[in-house]
Design a binder for this molecule. Structure first.
Ligand SMILES: [Zn+2]
Length: 136
């Protein structure tokens, strides 16, 4: 496990507004500590620098692991969404029922691999949308 300094961790969290930078769930509503994700994993020569770090909920972080890409429906290798260089709304869309849909191949492989639409996650997202505390 790579050690990230408390200062850097706080900086990443603040920049992310304490929300998961992949599925956008606010940390406040998950009874668990968020992780610092290496967007490009160390295994693939990613560095522990602000430009390569993202604030991630444990679901997104664990499902992503050290992966950086997957195969889309056309069997093409497609990289994951990069919170540092991509715009969330260009790749994803939140529906009132809590499901996140993809708008691009990058969105597609990210949703599938990080399992955004796992049923418990969708149920929580739907309730947060209803009380107005989940938005992109
Ligand atoms: Zn997440």
């Amino acid at each position: 496990m790579i050690r990230i300094s408390e200062k850097l961790r706080l900086q990443v969290a603040q920049n992310a507004n304490f929300k998961c930078e992949y599925c956008l769930i606010p940390e406040y509503f998950l009874a668990t500590t968020f992780h610092i994700d290496h967007i490009r994993s160390i295994k693939h020569r990613g560095e522990s620098l602000l430009i390569n770090l993202a604030y991630a909920c444990p679901h997104c972080n664990q499902n992503k692991g050290s992966d950086i890409a997957s195969y889309n429906d056309q069997e093409e290798i497609t990289r994951f969404f990069n919170p540092r260089s991509d715009n969330w709304e260009e790749h994803f869309e939140v529906n009132p029922n809590g499901i996140i849909s993809h708008l691009t191949a990058i969105g597609e492989v990210t949703i599938r691999t990080l399992d955004f639409n796992q049923i418990e996650r969708v149920i929580l997202r739907k309730s947060l949308i209803e009380i107005g505390v989940y938005n992109s």
